[in-house]
Design a protein around this ligand. Structure first.
Ligand code: UT7
Length: 346
């Protein structure tokens, strides 16, 4: 089960109007096409990094769960914007949380689906009884890597910075009770009912950052010294991604419903990855969900990739939108392409 949630976003608010000072865009265009009104950007040099934002979200999730860092068995960190090319931020978080508590730290590279993939991995460790308390984090620092000129406007107006975290594990009472019922030790119980993971690599370059890469490494980039090289900015074939997103979101949500013999009407809440408000609204309509069954906060944060679902979950919990026993659907689609869902009994 999810024992605790937390999130952190930088203080610095960037409005659509602010962006229109940097590039040829407008508040109306951005709101009409994406629903986004503002997003948060870190102030570079101000101390926020992908790992540190993950750390701040993690502290809140641990507090919310009543679990100390020393009680954790494992860390899973999902991001597409790590502080370093390698190592990934999982080890940075391990050091920040409890440097002498040398638990494993796994980095997940599945972009917008990263958090749902991470929940799936955590769930498998819990089910086998290998671990009892796992910290799952999604954190992104997009703003430093965006092309903030008119050339990059179809991407740069969308993305924002922030982090969310959850502690996945077995509550003491739950472990005892359910273990007894099952005639076992109590280990291996999970309220993650099922997870469903997909990928289609043939579309990898439709939403990607191409450089630096093994084929275009730093030495080449420095030698070329080409100010018009766009390959280190995110590229997105927006219409193409949009069309695939609405199809795959619906497929993977239905897959989770079918696997558990429930219908969309049984869901208390669905938290879709916050890619575009229009995508969420389309899915809501297609699945026949009522407004109160779908949680959206893209208006305030933009698309924070692997962080979007845990930030939204943290806010939804704080607003009292979930009670124990409720059915929660998480669903995501993004670069790779990858897409995924998780059905959780809260
Ligand atoms: O999280 C990962 C998954 N990501 C997604 O799911 C995102 C999916 N795609 C989208 O959300 C949408 O495709 C976008 C919001 C990125 C773009 O919306 P669109 O309705 O597909 O616009 P478009 O790319 O077809 O562009 C329409 C026009 C173009 O001008 P022309 O060629 O018609 O003259 C663009 O140059 O809008 C122009 N445009 C902009 N204008 C003002 C593109 N970006 C902007 C902008 N401001 N920021």
């Amino acid at each position: 089960m999810i024992l605790g949630v937390g999130h952190y976003v930088p203080d610095h608010v960037v409005t659509n109007h602010d962006l229109s000072q940097l590039m040829d865009t407008s508040h109306d265009w951005i709101v009409e096409r994406t629903g986004i009104e503002e997003r948060r950007h870190v102030v570079l040099g101000g101390g926020d990094t992908t790992a540190s934002m993950g750390y701040r979200a993690s502290l809140l999730a641990l507090k919310n769960a009543g679990v100390s860092a020393e009680e954790l068995d494992f860390i899973i960190f999902a991001t597409l914007s790590p502080d370093y090319y390698f190592p990934g931020p999982g080890v940075q978080l391990q050091e920040m949380l409890a440097p002498d508590h040398t638990i494993g730290a796994l980095d997940i590279r599945n972009q917008c689906s990263g958090f749902v993939y991470a929940i799936s991995v955590a769930d498998q460790f819990i089910r086998t009884g290998m671990y009892r308390r796992i910290l799952v984090v999604g954190s992104e620092l997009h703003s430093a890597g965006l092309d903030m000129t008119t050339r990059g406007r179809n991407v740069s107006v969308i993305f924002g910075d922030g982090a969310g975290a959850v502690v996945v594990g077995i509550a003491e009472e739950e472990g005892k009770e359910e273990g007894k019922e099952a005639g076992g030790t109590g280990l291996g119980m999970s309220k993650v009912l099922s997870t469903h993971l997909h990928s289609e690599g043939r579309h990898a370059r439709e939403l990607a950052v191409i450089s630096p890469s093994t084929q275009h490494w730093v030495s080449h980039i420095l030698k070329e010294n080409n100010p018009n090289d766009e390959s280190y900015y995110p590229y997105m074939n927006g219409n193409f991604v949009f069309k695939h997103a609405i199809t795959r979101f619906a497929e993977v949500i239905n897959e989770a419903l079918r696997a558990n013999g429930v219908s969309s009407g049984d869901l208390k809440l669905m938290i879709p990855h916050q890619a575009n408000l229009r995508i969420s609204q389309y899915i809501q309509q297609k699945m026949g969900l009522r407004d109160e069954q779908v949680y959206n906060n893209i208006m305030r944060y933009g698309n924070t990739t692997a962080a979007s679902i845990p930030i939204a979950l943290s806010e939804a919990v704080a607003e009292g939108r979930l009670q124990r026993g409720d059915l929660l659907m998480l669903a995501a689609f993004g670069s790779g392409f990858t897409w995924a869902s998780a059905l959780i009994r809260w």
